[in-house]
Design a protein around this ligand. Structure first.
Ligand code: HAM
Length: 419
């Protein structure tokens, strides 16, 4: 039985095959994301992986709706695996926003499902670090969020040589469209053309723009000469005050494919241009209102950063640390008469918060030692019976090869002092 295309199996290290993913690699990303979100004062939330399909059909736009994993459940409900968490977040916030002081700064690391064409950097399942600020209408929120995005990438050792945040605004495009008499009901499909402008053939874009009464030259000229809107100017100045200006650049080619964005939008890309977007986000001031049927009206903005492109990028730049987890101690049981006493020692060590492993069944001493090395243990510990019948423990530091004889009761302390 094979796994479905576009899905991943996560194995422990060392990996058995190049075709599988590392759970340690995944944990490494999650730990850095969480740490940085907390450093910026964001609180964690989650929502169900399965939602009513209407949560996405009216709000996220056609592109994502075409990629839904949706079906009718046994209770005849139309449901979908979540392709993104933003609509769920809007639902959670609308339901209980009065309970919290605004602005809310919330983050989550959901697994998401999109029936996409499989390609480099795009799978049918991925994990996404999401950070959103709800209840703050001014650009100080964009600046705070973009600073978090930059720091989340810097936390992995990436620098301004490696990535850039491309900053844009649907507000600027709306002015361009108004000047060119494109009616608001066509804006969403226009955004989808601009969203693909870098990847689609020029002639195709030219044709598509004609249907809006626009020329490719006028769009190119707007992208080339576009000056920052007042919002974008404030964001750039705010980031500059933090010393983060090098990480950001104005780029009106960024427009985002999701329908709900209303203002500033941005995407993070690698500088060499070898990968798909690392992250993307923007302001979506109407989504909470739409999802709550006009009951709650809160401005919001956020971003999502996927694990797939980020992991590839870190691998490419040699920024992944050794992923095999270490073990503190491996208990060698060479004399089966001492198994019961060894189990008691193992339990004492585990109670003292020491990671310990051992062979569940009798095994030749050299094989046990090999297991200790394979599990990257710092120490081996072995009980021995003294001539007078008492027990002592032989604690060996595998790196320095230094050995100590101790009373079994002293082992935990010796290890925790890294003696
Ligand atoms: P998105 O641009 O659709 O935005 O996704 C954000 C990031 O998730 C992408 O830049 C990419 O790294 C990753 N990603 C998306 N689809 C896939 C895929 N099929 N395979 C691997 N990685 C993928 C959103 O989802 C918005 N909800 C983000 C947001 C949060 N906006 C406001 N708050």
């Amino acid at each position: 039985m094979e796994r479905l295309p576009g899905f991943r199996d996560f194995y422990p290290e060392p990996l058995p095959h190049s075709d599988v993913s590392s759970i340690e690699g995944r944990n490494f990303l999650f730990a850095r994301w969480r740490e940085m979100a907390r450093r910026y004062g964001f609180a964690e939330y989650d929502a169900p992986p399965l939602e009513p399909v209407e949560l996405y059909t009216t709000k996220s736009g056609q592109e994502i709706v075409n990629q839904l994993y949706c079906f009718t459940d046994k209770g005849n409900r139309e449901v979908s695996l979540r392709p993104e968490i933003t609509p769920s977040l809007a639902r959670l916030v609308a339901a209980h926003n009065r309970h919290y002081k605004k602005p809310l700064k919330w983050f989550s690391i959901p697994q998401l499902f999109r029936y996409e064409r499989q390609q480099k950097g795009r799978l049918r399942e991925h994990f996404q670090f999401n950070a959103d600020i709800i209840g703050e209408p001014t650009p100080v929120a964009e600046a705070e969020l973009i600073a978090l995005l930059i720091d989340s990438l810097r936390a992995f050792g990436l620098t301004s040589e490696d990535f850039r945040i491309r900053l844009s605004s649907r507000g600027a495009w709306q002015q361009f469209l108004a000047q060119n008499q494109v009616p608001p009901e066509h804006h969403e499909s226009f955004y989808l053309v601009i969203d693909k402008i870098e990847r689609a053939p020029r002639e195709q874009t030219e044709q598509q723009l004609k249907s809006f009464g626009l020329s490719l030259e006028s769009v190119d000229a707007f992208i080339e000469n576009g000056a920052p809107t007042p919002d974008l100017e404030q964001i750039l100045a705010n980031l500059s005050n933090r010393g983060l200006a090098d990480y950001v650049r104005l780029d009106y080619r960024v427009i985002r494919g999701l329908a709900y964005y209303t203002g500033v939008v941005f995407e993070a890309f690698d500088q060499k241009g070898n990968f798909r977007a690392i992250a993307g986000g923007g302001r979506y001031d109407n989504l909470v209102k739409l999802i709550s049927n006009n009951k709650v009206d809160l401005p919001a903005l956020g971003f999502g950063m996927g694990d797939v492109v980020l992991f590839e990028l870190l691998k490419d730049r040699g920024l992944l640390p050794p992923l095999a987890p270490g073990l503190t101690a491996y208990c060698l049981i060479e004399d089966e008469q001492l198994r019961e006493a060894s189990l008691s020692l193992i339990q004492t060590l585990r109670d003292a918060n020491v990671q310990v492993d051992y062979s569940l069944t009798p095994l030749k001493p050299d094989k046990q030692f090999k297991r200790a090395l394979e599990s990257h243990a710092e120490y081996t510990v072995k009980l021995e019976r003294n001539e007078n019948g008492t027990l002592s423990a032989r604690l060996r530091n595998l790196a320095s090869r230094e050995e100590k004889r101790l009373a079994p009761s002293e082992v935990a302390q010796a290890i925790s002092r890294r003696a």
